[in-house]
Design a protein around this ligand. Structure first.
Ligand code: C5P
Length: 303
């Protein structure tokens, strides 16, 4: 996952998207965050992040941050620089493929890639534990995206138990071109007690994977479904359309608006994606993805 060119002083990282294969919001905590139970799975849709030692922290290439929002990759570089003693900076070049603010973790994964790859350049003495602490300070799903693979996540999403992963499955991801300003905070804020769940379906899914069983599509609950459809009623039509095209199950990733359809057979996923793309046209981006394993260490001092 990482290419280091010592002579150039630059590091290349691939930053994967994630899917939430089930997500229950258990309730609101005293610190304002919500207690979650979710399965994260990284998938093979990637942003490219190139890091080069530079006099200051600077961004080049694509900048996905919306109005008034900070680019999380830059936040990661600044915090890494500070924890490393403040010497030198980092040129962060982003090439985006993951749709922005879509429930696929793109911005968080870019930040995780900066932590993963930038450590050798800015803060080589920082331990894995300190890096994970830095990660959760940037965003609740950044700790998972440091290593990727599949994990059962609890707490804010930062308490992780590795899982074997959805190895055989393919997913058709449909990201509607719908923008929701301050989406994550807004959707968490729109949750009511009726949206809360105990996470039993997610935990059951994780237990099945532990026994080597395939993904159970009927367990792909998502606690954001009601508030998301209340905020953007047109998304109900997307679900209906995908079902009419033959999707047995339509699930939502994160706080949306990306939907996905799991397939046991990659060929069936490819056929479905062609049909969905033809029907949705410019209204959505359609991807066929597979789960990835954990991001390989690169021997640059991790551990
Ligand atoms: O952690 P992150 O920066 O991604 O969270 C963005 C916002 O989403 C938080 O400020 C909070 O309002 C909400 N959130 C939450 N519970 C979580 C994760 C996020 O309430 N577990």
């Amino acid at each position: 996952m990482t290419g280091v060119s010592a002579a150039m002083g630059s590091v290349r990282e691939r930053a994967p998207a994630k899917l939430n294969l089930g997500l229950a919001v258990v309730g609101r905590r005293d610190d304002g965050f919500h207690e979650l139970v979710t399965i994260f799975q990284t998938v093979d849709l990637w942003d490219d992040v190139t890091l080069t030692a530079a006099p200051e922290v600077r961004l080049a290439g694509d900048d996905p941050a919306g109005d008034g929002e900070r680019n999380l990759a830059l936040v990661a570089a600044e915090r890494l620089r500070r924890i490393g003693g403040g010497e030198g900076g980092l040129l962060v070049e982003l090439r985006k493929r993951i749709p922005v603010a879509a429930g696929l973790g793109g911005a968080s994964s870019d930040a995780a890639a900066v932590l993963r790859g930038g450590r050798a350049l800015l803060a080589p003495a920082v331990s894995d534990v300190a890096l994970a602490a830095l990660a959760v300070g940037i965003g609740s799903d950044v700790p998972f995206l440091l290593d990727g693979g599949a994990a059962l996540a609890t707490g804010r999403g930062e308490r992780l138990r590795p899982l074997p992963g959805a190895a055989g499955e393919a997913f058709v991801v449909v990201s509607p071109r719908v923008t929701i300003a301050r989406k994550t905070a807004r959707l968490f804020g729109a949750l009511t007690a009726d949206d809360y769940g105990d996470g039993a379906m997610v935990i059951e899914q994780a237990a099945r994977w532990g026994r080597g069983e395939p993904l159970a599509p009927e367990l792909l609950e998502n606690g954001f479904t009601r508030p998301l459809l209340a905020l953007r009623p047109e998304l109900a039509e997307l679900g209906t359309l995908l079902r009419r095209l033959g999707a047995p199950v339509v699930a939502i990733s994160g706080a949306g608006p990306s939907h996905y359809v799991p397939f046991a057979e990659p060929a069936a996923a490819a056929r479905f994606a062609v049909a969905a793309d033809a029907r949705l046209g410019r209204g959505a981006e359609v991807f066929v993805v597979r789960g990835t394993g954990r991001l390989a260490g690169d021997g640059d001092g991790r551990g």
